[in-house]
Design a protein around this ligand. Structure first.
Ligand SMILES: Cc1cc2nc3c(=O)[nH]c(=O)nc-3n(C[C@H](O)[C@H](O)[C@H](O)COP(=O)(O)O)c2cc1C
Length: 190
């Protein structure tokens, strides 16, 4: 089981990177983790003229390849103005361009952290809508961390046992669903 993981925030001190790290620690013994920093696959703003002239930018091609190589995906994202952060939306938009849609059939777990009281739930739900449109299988469980500025200890662990439990349960469900869906089974009708 190979899981691609990345945060929807680019900044080094991101709470969502911290959340991602907590989740990765719970997954590491049970899956191969590909820990991506979206900065590694930096890409310009989507521009149809650029795409027509030059095809997909290098960063977008590398992002698509990382998605394609994964069985499942874990994203921890903030919300910007109640919705999906621009850099994450831009990366998904480029990755969705033909010839292939690497999100199709991928099992996805979404998490979010925010210093506010809603734990980025509106951003997470916006990402769910986008990935569902791309035929990803986004599991219902989420890991949402409100008051993220106070949620982590010095070592980066979640202080609240309920939050830790929520993250662990969501990760376990990601593994369960991904294992079930990647197991050989009857061909779906086309
Ligand atoms: C453009 C912008 C819009 C934001 N809008 C929201 C918002 O709607 N809700 C919220 O809880 N926080 C909002 N924030 C605050 C972010 O949650 C906060 O900066 C958070 O630390 C970003 O996540 P990160 O720590 O992973 O980088 C916004 C921040 C930025 C830069």
């Amino acid at each position: 089981m190979r899981i691609l993981t990345f945060a929807g925030s680019l900044r080094a001190g991101s709470f969502n990177r911290k959340l991602l790290n907590v989740a990765v620690e719970t997954l590491r013994s049970r899956a191969d983790i590909d820990l991506l920093d979206l900065r590694e696959v930096a890409m310009p703003l989507y521009d149809g003229d650029l795409e027509e002239k030059e095809g997909l930018p290098e960063g977008a091609r590398r992002f698509k390849a990382r998605i394609a190589a994964a069985d499942a995906i874990l994203i921890a994202t903030p919300e910007y103005n109640n919705s999906v952060p621009g850099p994450l939306k831009n990366a998904i938009d480029w990755a969705s361009r033909p010839p292939d849609n690497p999100f199709k059939g991928k099992v996805v777990l979404l998490m979010g952290a925010s210093p506010g009281q809603f734990g980025a739930v509106r951003g997470v739900l916006a990402v769910r809508l986008i990935l569902t449109a791309l035929s990803a299988i986004v599991i219902p469980q989420m890991g949402l961390i409100p008051r993220a500025d106070q949620a982590f200890d010095e070592a980066g662990a979640l202080k609240d046992p309920k939050s830790r439990n929520q993250v662990e349960k969501a990760c376990a469900e990601l593994l369960r669903v991904a294992a079930a869906l990647t197991a050989p089974g009857p061909e779906a009708p086309r």
